[in-house]
Ligand binder design. Structure first.
Ligand code: FAD
Length: 287
């Protein structure tokens, strides 16, 4: 049975905070393009251990300053409670009402252990609920192909459930290219009584080398036939992008037709590939 959502679907986009002032200027232009289709919200990533803290604030401040619905990410590993309290308090003062709560992965060079006061995302969700009640809608991460560090699918599912019971309102998935993985995950969640909206995370395909590197690191599978075709395009960027677009377009269609409660686009700070999908999927446009 496809999942049945009670709420209208949410179509959101994700950005990362740029490293340089030039990158920030470029991002503002990309945001203007993306905002032309009025995404449900813009989420902004946060480097675990505070590695992008000020740059995340700068991006969030700019979005809020332009009255754009914003969902900052918070990654708790390596952080103290006081620091998280201060960051979340700052967002509350800014009128932000949505957060993406994560454990995060400490960047290499910041120590192998977890450090800080939090080990897992469920502890962060509990902390935000204890300190800030229902001020925020909280999204957490989900892994249809399972988290690379999880001992087994069952344990990963039990840990996901723990995070949901700590007070998450919805989840966004790691990206994947096999829709069956998503639907099987939804069924497993249903079986253990986890029924919150689980929004597929969608990664447009524009650069094979980068995608292969990310996918190896985060445990997302690129189907062999897609990998082979992408490899085969070599330097022919246009053909690679056209093929990548068709693959992701078909994926999104199957997800929507199967009842997915929205889509979350990992834009990689480029508006073009996401807008092309948005248009070809005939997703909602502002009136
Ligand atoms: P958790 O839910 O804590 O899970 C991590 C691992 O620990 C899993 O294997 C899980 O099974 C296990 N586990 C969980 N709870 C327990 C428990 N109580 N006891 C034992 N084991 C447990 N990273 C960033 O640094 N910044 C970002 O902005 C960011 N944004 C993201 C957005 C999305 C939508 C997604 C899908 C990922 C994002 N990530 C981000 C990456 C994420 O931080 C990593 O995937 C990280 O390894 C896990 O984070 P989590 O919140 O899913 O962790």
């Amino acid at each position: 049975m496809p999942p049945v959502s009670q709420q209208p679907p949410t179509y959101s986009v994700e950005l990362f905070p740029p490293k340089t002032p030039e990158g920030m200027e470029k991002l503002k232009r990309e945001i203007a393009q993306l905002n032309s289709v009025s995404p449900g919200y813009f989420s902004v990533t946060y480097g675990a251990g505070g590695s992008t803290r000020e740059r995340t604030f700068e991006t969030v401040d700019w979005l809020r300053g332009h009255a754009i619905e914003t969902a900052p990410h918070i990654a708790c590993v390596g952080s103290a409670r006081a620091e998280i309290r201060e960051i979340v308090g700052r967002y509350r003062e800014q009128g932000i009402r949505r957060l993406v709560a994560l454990r995060g992965d400490l960047p290499s060079g910041m120590g192998g252990g977890t450090g800080g006061d939090f080990r897992y995302a469920n502890e962060l969700v509990s902390f935000i609920r204890e300190e800030f009640g229902d001020t925020f809608k909280i999204e957490v991460a989900a892994y249809p192909e399972y988290h690379p560090q999880s001992g087994s699918p069952e344990r990963d599912l039990a840990n996901f459930k723990r995070k949901v019971e700590a007070g998450a309102d919805a989840a966004i998935t790691q990206y994947f290219y096999n829709p069956d993985a998503y639907f099987a995950f939804i069924e497993s969640c249903d079986r253990v009584g986890v029924t919150l909206p689980i929004i597929p995370g969608i990664m447009p395909i524009t650069n094979y080398t980068q995608l292969a590197r990310f996918s190896d690191a985060c445990g997302a599978e690129i189907p062999r036939w897609v990998r082979r075709r992408l490899e085969g395009y070599g330097d022919d960027v246009e053909s690679l992008r056209d093929f990548g677009h068709e693959v992701v377009l078909n994926l999104c269609r199957r997800l929507i037709d199967g009842g997915a409660p929205g889509l979350h686009f990992y834009t990689m700070n480029q508006s073009g590939p996401t807008l092309r999908l948005w248009r070809d999927l005939a997703l909602p446009l502002p009136a």
